[in-house]
Design a protein around this ligand. Sequence first.
Ligand SMILES: NC(=O)c1ccc[n+]([C@@H]2O[C@H](COP(=O)([O-])OP(=O)(O)OC[C@H]3O[C@@H](n4cnc5c(N)ncnc54)[C@H](OP(=O)(O)O)[C@@H]3O)[C@@H](O)[C@H]2O)c1
Length: 250
Amino acid sequence: MELQGSRCVVTGASSGIGFAVAERLLRSGAQVTAASRSITAQMFDPGYHDQLHVYSGDLSEPQEVDHLLEFAHESMGSIDLFFANAGRAYFENRNRSNWNRMEDIFALNVFSPVFALTKLMERKGNDPFFFLVTASGMSHIALPGYALYAGTKAAIHQICDSMRFQLGRGQILSVVYPIATETGFFQKAGAENKPWPVQPVDVVADRIILGIEQDQETIIPFRPFYYSLPLFLLIKPLRRLYQRLQQPPQ
Ligand SMILES: NC(=O)c1ccc[n+]([C@@H]2O[C@H](COP(=O)([O-])OP(=O)(O)OC[C@H]3O[C@@H](n4cnc5c(N)ncnc54)[C@H](OP(=O)(O)O)[C@@H]3O)[C@@H](O)[C@H]2O)c1
């Protein structure tokens, strides 16, 4: 997809991967509607303010997703690229029995991007668009402490794979699978350490931009991780055993 002059929405654009991608889109000459709860125009280089629109809202609420789409259409005329990137995790070794907590993470990581995609499909009809979602390396492998989070990212991976069958010509549904990335994400999740290896956010953002420019349906910022996935499956019983030995006696 040609970025110059394109009309883009980026969610989770106040920090981390979303911010780095929004900055690159602005530099490429795109118009950007940047969204998150705490977003402000001051977060971005003033030189790009005439291309920038900011939308502040909690995107785990369906009405906020609706308002964002409405706002982006009014501000930019249409939407060529929607990057559904806002997301969160909980790090917890013992999952608490808390329905609201489960609902919250699925609302933001799964329902919100799927709702935005279906709304955009309704608006676009047969017109082309590029819809990109941030999944995770944890869409494919289990890590201790991230049961709910991995569940949301596995769900979004499978939903997108299935929804591609419903798309028309020129309509691209792309998924990016970052491994651990140098952002505030794990700290916000309550984890002291990040899983290894960790990629710089600039590398991930550059890879995402390349994927958009090349119309890729699958964007993999760190290829060696994906080549080693069969190995992870082979050593799964050993990892479980190791984990069990680490746990204190009940
Ligand atoms: N960092 C990693 O290691 C890693 C690896 C794989 C996948 N990912 C995925 O990458 C995406 C971006 O994460 P990141 O690493 O860039 O983390 P981040 O720096 O914490 O960014 C998360 C973004 O989501 C926004 N957000 C959170 N809750 C929101 C809500 N309810 N409504 C609207 N916006 C909300 C945050 O802004 P506000 O607080 O202003 O709302 C922030 O802009 C997430 O989907 C994450 O699951 C991250």
